[in-house]
Design a protein. Structure first.
Length: 99
């Protein structure tokens, strides 16, 4: 089960959103899907496969690329993925708020 409650904001350079997850690793397409940057998991996979997503500044086309402390960029947005200090055991928790 995934939750997207978006309560967390952390100081970051303008334009970077911090996305906290409760457990590593998380697939690249899942970040796009659960942060509601695309309409569905299929849309997220298509966006990644088409080379429209940067992982740490480089084009990434592997939809299931595992994320762990990385920065992703897509559609003029940047997101830094970090592990939540209060990790859940039963589910992934994905939260984020643009700064």
């Amino acid at each position: 089960m995934y939750h997207n409650t978006r309560p967390f904001v952390e100081e970051e350079p303008v334009g970077i959103c911090v996305v906290e997850i409760s457990r590593w690793p998380l697939a690249l397409y899942e970040i796009l899907k659960f942060e509601r940057r695309v309409g569905s998991g299929g849309d997220a996979k298509a966006m990644v496969s088409a080379g429209q997503v940067l992982l740490n500044g480089k084009v990434e086309t592997h939809t299931r690329k595992k994320m762990a402390g990385d920065t992703i960029a897509f559609a003029d947005e940047k997101n830094r993925i970090q592990l939540s200090p209060t990790r859940g055991e039963e589910h992934h928790e994905v939260t984020g708020t643009p700064t």
